[in-house]
Design a protein around this ligand. Sequence first.
Ligand code: HEM
Length: 445
Amino acid sequence: MQASETSPACATEAMIAREQALSRAVLAFVVTGLLFMLLPGTFLGVWNLISISSRHELDSMSAAWIQAHGHAQIFGWIGTFIIGIGFYSLSKMGRLPRFAVRRAWIAWALWTTGVAMRWAAGITALEWRIALPLSALLELSGFVIFFRTVSGHKADSGSASRPKPPKQPWMLAIVASTFGFLLTLLLNLVSAFDAAFTQATPAIPHALDQRLLAVPVWAFLVPTVWGFNARWLPIFLGLRAPRGRLLLAGIVGAFAGVALSVAGFALAAATLSVAAAVLAIAALRIFEPAAQPAKINGVHASFPLFVRLTYVWLLIAGALTIWAAAADRAGGIWGASRHAVTVGFLAGMVFAIGQKILPAFCGARILFNRHAMFASLLLLNVGCALRVASEIPAYEGFAFATVFWQALPASAVIELSAVTVFAANLLVTFLRPAPHVVAKQRAFA
Ligand code: HEM
């Protein structure tokens, strides 16, 4: 039969098949992200922390190993999740083009190979002068395919003549964060080429690395969370509609802070980031009473509390970053501030929101175990609190430093347990058949 003769029923079936194929690609992104989080990310982070604690000195640790851990967490875990969710959003935007599924797999292959190559180059140093820039090129290519597919896909409005509605603040936040992602990968490419030509090891020089770390965190990940929160927290937590202008002011503040950080003005950058966080909290009405009951179907009842707690971590991170920029001597205050934002805010948010939405996005499933969700969030917050509270006195050599050096490995093991429970809960969820599949099987039995 010619394409033009395709009946509406056949077209609908083809569309459903395409959506299911895209859902499998999204699942591949999510599972890949979980694997990066577990071994190259968290396990290596725990290993690094135990080594640092046994020698009582941060500088004793290989900078390439520390950076391999950070890269696996930011790009391998959270970056991979975000690209997967971006592809999922295509299926909600109207008619899904045929090429979307193929492109999703190509982007997955390029991205995953790039991130894995970067990690291996940092850990083994094998052929790193080639592997480091090549990995950055692969990551950028994977992202560009994602970016072109998502940005080139127009929503099926049903009428070409209907005027487009104005973009809502949450959409603008997501657009800004997507450009932040692109900027991050471009800077990653430049610094990888620079290291390959000028350095003796596969580590980005410390001073440059320190400045550049603000880019993925404050221009990409934090604005992404704010954008998604503006879209979904009014529904999930029953909050009142966000204050759009304040949100955009927060995003502008975060980007301005990144520019100052890259230019080397750490204290001014930190101050601006805190102001941006305060604006975003006010915009999203995080600590204001909810207008509607929270939607906790499918998740643990503590879900709204843990989402709000992430914003407490964001404020703690901001205050610590100002302190670090003003007074850090041995990397302890910087380390604590970095993990307050990456573990307390970002990982806390991914644990909470991820366990709510990912089962649905990956084939209309239901989370395997709500109590495991609670356990993962509790362990993550306890581990993060112990880490942040111990790292400063231990690394900086304050009073009772020895006691805090002993607490640090415990914090790492608690965080590792949190991550393992989170990953296991999602993996079991994905391995079990979706409820609609079970219902269909029963109907045919
Ligand atoms: C879950 C347990 C984790 C452990 C035990 C851990 C451990 C470490 C250690 C020991 C360092 C070296 C600097 C320092 O001592 O502070 C470090 C750096 C870093 N970590 Fe983690 N981490 C964890 C989770 C995370 C997460 C979830 C993220 C991001 C989402 C992250 C991102 C980073 C980054 C970006 C760096 C700096 C890398 C660089 O210097 O380029 N970490 N981590």
